[in-house]
Design a protein around this ligand. Structure first.
Ligand SMILES: *[C@@H]1O[C@H](CO)[C@@H](O)[C@H](O)[C@H]1NC(C)=O
Length: 272
């Protein structure tokens, strides 16, 4: 915060780093609002970690993960998915984040493959009955990637079991707008947020019915947020902030007034 105010586009930087973000929202062509691109996600530098894999080559076990994305195939994540150790999973706030992962320092590395890109869709839980350096790979404070088997096989031979990797967090590139999968009823709305671009993660979320003001939603589990309110029979809009970049996005009238649980509604805006 301090040094951002001393450089080039300081007004923008300072505004974006604090409570004044609302003041500079830009109108998007697609009918929502988003913060300017200068506030967007910046990749991290490459760092060392380790990777293992879970499931089989069909990656069927990547469905029903701890982010609540359900079937990751039908929800657009494919087999390029990863379970994060709890240090990175952050009780669900790590859901939807994207990583480039490359195999290093192992005979099992597949030559000529620079890296593969994966999205976090699950938690790799700790196992305290195993040593952190011998089986308990996902115990805190370790950074560990338990990749879907197809994703792992893109960078290494699966027989290796565990490999050293270099990784960096990268921008999530998504097609189309953010998707909201609804659960609940007319008095309790639980929304799973998917297909998030930019940083890929969500910090806070609000909902607004056509007859209500903006109401803050609480984090439930994984990538889901809830509101205890009478929202039946109203078209719904959502406002979200990115966990990492603090960008704000508003998706107006995402769901029609006859919305119902079990349906997925797609906005025409996304983080970039
Ligand atoms: C934790 O590790 C122990 C010892 O290897 C193993 O028996 C147990 O199944 C593991 N627990 C889980 C939940 O994976």
């Amino acid at each position: 915060m301090a040094n951002c105010c001393l450089h080039g586009s300081w007004i923008l930087s300072c505004l974006l780093s604090g409570m004044w973000s609302f003041a500079i929202l830009a109108r998007s062509s697609a009918g929502g609002y988003y913060a300017p691109a200068s506030a967007g996600f910046k990749p991290t530098t490459w760092a060392l970690a380790h990777a293992t894999f879970y499931g089989d080559e069909s990656a069927s076990s990547t469905t029903g993960g701890a982010c609540g994305y359900g079937n990751v195939f039908s929800n657009g994540y494919g087999t390029s998915t990863v379970a994060l150790s709890s240090t990175m999973f952050k009780d669900g706030y790590g859901c939807g984040t994207c990583y480039q992962i490359k195999c290093v320092q192992s005979n099992a590395c597949i030559k000529g493959v620079p890296f593969t890109t994966v999205t976090a869709t699950n938690l790799c839980p700790p196992n305290y009955s195993q040593d952190s350096n011998n089986g308990g790979w996902c115990n805190p404070p370790r950074v560990h990637f338990d990749m879907s088997k197809p994703a792992f096989m893109k960078i290494a031979q699966w027989k290796a079991g565990i490999i050293p990797v270099m990784y960096r967090r990268v921008l999530c590139v998504r097609t189309g707008g953010i998707r909201f999968q609804f659960q609940g009823n007319g008095y309790w709305l639980l929304v799973y947020v998917m297909n998030v671009g930019g940083g890929g993660d969500i910090a806070t979320m609000w909902v607004k019915g056509t007859k209500t003001g903006w109401m803050s939603m609480s984090h439930n589990w994984g990538a889901s947020y809830q509101a205890f309110a009478s929202l039946g029979g109203q078209a719904l809009s959502f406002k979200l902030t990115s966990y990492t970049t603090r960008q704000i996005i508003v998706a107006y009238n995402v769901a029609p007034s006859n919305w119902r649980a079990g349906m997925t509604y797609q906005a025409n805006v996304n983080f970039k």
